[in-house]
Design a binder for this molecule. Structure first.
Ligand SMILES: *Cc1c(COP(=O)(O)O)cnc(C)c1O
Length: 401
């Protein structure tokens, strides 16, 4: 029997753990399993390792270890950052928050709640390229703006935001700037001081670390509130016994990923562009988001006359793991808020495909993906009454042929 090919092209949803990360974790499950708050030596050894991990993460982000808080992941870090900045602002009668229409739901749903609690939220347009204009941020800041939160790279369409410029605008106007850097960390460079970032969230499982572990960087001087009440861990800002093995794995994975950014980018960029060119040859299809300012491994397309879910299932049959958008929206019938934000009409927003490549991807994989998507799109269109209407001119096409 021929080998069944398997291509994992959903690295924006999660990644496989690296050997380095797994090895960094093992001793802390087995030999050094003590509670970092305990006074005997296996506790203190775990505590020491934890503080070394904090120093490593701080060095990689360009901040002080005193500005690093370990969390249960990107969602928790987003919640804590936004709620902390909101409360800090509210104490000074600042109850306006600026964000964008295509943030992750960890950000958008937190903002929805804050709106119910009396905050005023402005969600900025991102335009057809999927990029937030720093000038729009500047024009939207008011006397009572407490926080600007804009993601570094979008999780669906991979577009990279002008973070340094947005940070500079906020700094000049004295507004706290938070960025959800979950898709960026370990994939493109981060330097929080150079990029004028006050608060930043990241998540280990998006850069080959373990799931359920993340970081909140918060500049000294911004008072954090607790999302998890409990003991005095994380300088009293995050209760609960630290997940020492996961934190060790995360620090090792981040160090490895940051060290490989240049190499991985050089490998992935030509593959990503080959994939974009190949999918562009399919009729009535379009790339979502800017072609250049995007993550080296991200490709996201809309195909006219296609149901995203069927496309995914048939690609799975061909051994390709892909996504129609974020893992959180798939399974629901609502079209992606990200695709709607860049102006895609509902009909085509349902026919989206996200392929997020891993470092192991080869040119052969890319060609196999292109061929498979082409076959599946053709097959689905031939079966679709909706597509027949389009070809018979009973409905207008949305994309150019
Ligand atoms: C994955 C992701 C998150 C959530 O991170 P978890 O660690 O899974 O909670 C938040 N924001 C973005 C942009 C993401 O891609």
């Amino acid at each position: 029997m021929a080998d069944i090919r398997h291509i994992y092209a959903d690295n924006a949803a999660t990644t496989r753990m690296s050997k380095t990360a797994i090895e960094a974790m093992l001793p802390y499950m087995d030999k050094i399993y003590g509670n970092p708050s305990s006074l005997y030596s296996i506790g203190q050894d775990a505590k020491e390792a934890l503080e070394e991990a904090r120093q490593d993460v701080a060095a990689l982000l360009g901040c002080s270890p005193k500005e690093i808080y370990f969390t249960s992941g990107g969602s928790e870090a987003d919640n804590q950052a936004i709620r902390s900045a909101a409360l800090f602002g509210a104490k000074k009668n600042k109850k306006h928050i600026i964000s964008s229409k295509f943030e992750h739901h960890a950000v958008l749903h937190t903002l929805d709640k804050l709106a119910k609690e009396g905050f005023e939220i402005t969600l900025l347009d991102v335009g057809p390229r999927g990029i937030v204009d720093p000038k729009l941020v500047a024009d939207s800041i008011r006397e009572d703006t407490a926080l600007v939160t804009i993601m570094y790279a979008n999780n669906e369409i991979g577009t990279i935001q002008p973070i340094r410029q947005i940070g500079a605008v906020c700094k000049e106007k004295g507004v706290i700037f938070h960025t959800d850097a979950v898709q960026a960390a370990g994939h493109i460079s981060i330097d929080v001081k150079d990029q004028n970032i006050d608060m930043l969230s990241l998540s280990a499982h998006k850069f080959h670390g373990p799931k359920g572990c993340g970081v909140l960087y918060s500049r000294l001087g911004i008072p954090l509130i607790n999302i998890i009440e409990g003991g005095a861990q994380e300088r009293g800002k995050r209760g609960g016994t630290e997940n020492v093995p996961a934190i060790m794995g995360m620090a090792a994975a981040l160090k490895e990923a940051c060290g490989n950014i240049q190499k991985n980018t050089e490998h992935l960029l030509p593959l990503r562009n080959r994939l974009i060119d190949g999918l562009n040859r399919i009729s009535y299809s379009e790339l979502n988001g800017d072609a250049d300012s995007r993550l080296p491994g991200n490709v996201n397309f809309c195909f006219e006359g296609i149901e995203g879910e069927s496309l995914l299932l048939l690609l799975d049959d061909k051994g390709i793991s892909a996504s129609s958008g974020s893992a959180c929206t798939s399974g629901s019938l609502d079209p992606s808020h990200v695709l709607l934000a860049i102006g895609r009409p509902h009909e085509v927003a349902h026919g989206s495909l996200r392929l997020s490549l891993g470092e192991e991807a080869t040119e052969e994989d890319i060609d196999y993906i292109i061929e498979s998507v082409n076959d599946v799109v053709t097959y689905l269109r031939n079966m679709s009454p909706f597509w027949r209407d389009l070809t018979e001119g009973k409905r207008p096409h949305i994309f150019e042929e």
